[in-house]
Design a protein around this ligand. Structure first.
Ligand SMILES: Nc1ncnc2c1ncn2[C@@H]1O[C@H](COP(=O)(O)OP(=O)(O)OP(=O)(O)O)[C@@H](O)[C@H]1O
Ligand SMILES: [Mg+2]
Length: 301
């Protein structure tokens, strides 16, 4: 599995305190512990909440990295954020980036991810701001979103047990590949677990089950995304790879055609005879300044 390109997950929202770091750290732990997946956690936030949690809790094999984005301007921000994700996604099956979205960041960066998780509480103002955040992105990037089939997952976070997501985030229902995840409940004594252990294995059975449900949903989406990526063979980077393959086939063809003396429609001469390549008599063209110009490229005189 190590040869596979990592599935890149971004946990983000422009709003603070919505549960991004809690989700990022605990999702990384769930995937590593319960699904046996090789995971890296990329913590872009200065407070370093998710990386600190992951480092202080028992080691479950998550590769933890802290990264900094240079917000000097949007070009530099894009370069530095991309470089970090590329670097820390190498050699793992899944990378999870924890980042508070910043207006300087380009949507281009968001498009790099396979799955974008947007945590949001169920408070009306926060739901509205989450919907606007996603709709603005989708409005600007609809064509690319449709082509990439990136998943956007709204994660109801810190919600009361019994919360039903039905009827919330209705403005996003029309969006392709946008889903609402199972909710993550408000855990009254969360501080007892922070740094101590991860939610999916915590002693409170209900809390463990609740987070594991969320984790299972994500594991399924990761698999789906993997399958979709294989079928996206003619887009984006895969298209580039295809082109590279085709060009090298063409290169071989050219070399062989030169050897056989059929390349370019006229007989190739041994290198020692160059530069005076001349067309065979039957080929309509002229030799000018030592270069053969085929008839169809010649300006009529
Ligand atoms: N499911 C939960 N139940 C109870 N409290 C929670 C839950 N998730 C997060 N919290 C609490 O809410 C606060 C913010 O959570 P967290 O740090 O995960 O959010 P964040 O979006 O990463 O915040 P920031 O924008 O500051 O990085 C923390 O005090 C955290 O303990
Ligand atoms: Mg955070």
């Amino acid at each position: 599995m190590q040869n596979h390109e990592a599935i890149k997950i971004l946990v983000t929202n422009q709003k603070g305190g919505v549960g991004k770091s809690t989700i990022a750290a605990n999702l990384a732990a769930y995937l590593a512990m319960q699904q046996g997946i090789e995971v890296s956690l990329i913590d872009f936030d200065r407070q370093a909440s998710s990386s600190r949690w992951t480092k202080k809790a028992p080691d479950v094999g998550i590769r933890v990295h802290c990264a900094e984005i240079n917000y000097e301007n949007s070009g530099i921000a894009l370069l530095s954020s991309r470089a970090a994700v590329r670097k820390y996604s190498a050699g793992v099956q899944v990378s999870i980036s924890d980042l508070t979205w910043h207006p300087t960041l380009s949507d281009e960066f968001m498009l790099d991810f396979d799955i974008v998780i947007v945590p949001s509480s169920s408070a009306k103002f926060e739901m509205a701001s989450t919907e606007i955040f996603i709709l603005e992105y989708a409005q600007k990037r609809m064509a690319r979103l449709a082509a990439n089939k990136q998943f956007i997952l709204v994660a109801p976070s810190k919600v009361v047990p019994g919360y039903a997501s039905l009827g919330s985030f209705t403005n996003l229902e029309f969006l392709m590949n946008c889903y609402i995840t199972p909710p993550i409940h408000q855990t009254p004594d969360l501080d007892a677990y922070v740094y101590e252990d991860f939610l999916c294995v915590c002693s409170d059975q209900k809390v463990a089950e609740n987070f594991s449900n969320f984790g299972k949903f994500l594991a399924k989406k990761i698999e789906e995304r993997r399958t979709i990526k294989k079928t996206l063979s003619l887009s984006g980077t895969s298209l580039n790879r295809e082109i590279v393959k085709k060009v090298s086939v063409l290169d071989d063809y050219r070399v062989r055609a030169r050897e056989l003396g059929i390349y370019g429609g006229y007989a190739a001469k041994p290198a020692t005879d160059a530069p005076q390549e001349t067309p065979p008599e039957s080929t309509p063209g002229v030799v000018k300044g030592g270069r053969f110009i085929p008839a169809f490229l010649r300006r009529s005189e």
